[in-house]
Design a protein around this ligand. Structure first.
Ligand code: IPE
Ligand code: IPE
Ligand code: MG
Length: 233
């Protein structure tokens, strides 16, 4: 067993397109293979008893991609969630969505809402899909909700504010992994990642294996998290 495992692991699953390009395959094929990697990582995280996993599936900025790619991604996502539903229930995994569901195509919304409600009482692990997600949008949205509630400035604390985020009630990510060699956050969990450890790997997402996840977790276990203090915790 690993020495110290995160409670909340978040992943930026990047590099599907480049994986396909390298093989002269379509970007769609890269996304297809990406879902296989996602399935095996979810299973591994469940085995490792990490209670929160957040996967970045689609950013609000991703709408700027060609229309065919966007619609392929949503249909793939719908098929993926539908195909995984029984397995999620069996593994006792609760599915949550972080993002603006209302802006998604109706068939995707239906599948997603169905899967969320079917897994509502699962409690061994939380799987968050960041879907139509933007960290800045999430913060602005939370500000609007706070204002609408009529909260007085004196009552607004960091803890109260975090209850207005999509991740309300969840711990902040301890570790964020990004695949594909890009060294950026791309609008992911901006508020929640204040003290997250970051791990970057050149591996393209479809090639990311449970073995490599374990390597990342071993690296995480050696990190000294000081949270501003002199000594590590
Ligand atoms: C990540 O792979 C999947 C999504 C963003 C939906 P990309 O599609 O970004 O792949 P690259 O970065 O072009 O290789
Ligand atoms: C981040 O990847 C979003 C997802 C993995 C869903 P992108 O490929 O969209 O990020 P950039 O454009 O390289 O920053
Ligand atoms: Mg990318």
């Amino acid at each position: 067993m690993l020495n110290r495992t995160p409670r909340h692991l978040a992943i930026i699953m990047d590099g599907n397109g480049r994986w396909a390009n390298k093989r002269n395959l379509s970007r769609s094929e890269g996304h297809n293979q990406g879902t296989r990697a996602a399935r095996s990582i979810v299973e591994e995280v469940r085995r490792l008893e990490i209670p929160y996993l957040t996967l970045y599936a689609f950013s609000r900025e991703n709408w700027a991609r060609p229309r065919e790619e966007v619609s392929f991604l949503f249909s793939l996502l719908g098929r993926f969630i539908q195909g995984e539903l029984q397995s999620l229930i069996k593994q006792d995994i609760r599915l949550n969505i972080l993002g603006e569901l209302d802006e998604l195509p109706m068939p995707t919304r239906k599948v997603v809402n169905h899967a969320c409600s079917k897994t509502k009482s699962c409690s061994s692990m939380n799987l968050n899909l960041a879907l139509n997600y933007s960290g800045r949008h999430e913060i602005v949205r939370a500000c609007k909700a706070v204002m609408q509630k009529g909260l007085s400035p004196d009552d607004l604390t960091e803890e109260v504010f975090s209850e207005y985020l999509y991740t309300a009630g969840q711990p902040d990510p301890d570790l964020i992994i990004r695949t594909s060699g890009e060294l950026r956050i791309s609008n992911y969990l901006l508020y929640q990642s204040a003290y997250s450890e970051l791990y970057f790997t050149p591996t393209l997402w479809p090639d990311f294996t449970p073995q490599e996840l374990r390597t990342a977790l071993e690296d995480f276990a050696t990190r000294q998290r000081r949270l501003g203090r002199v000594e590590s915790i």
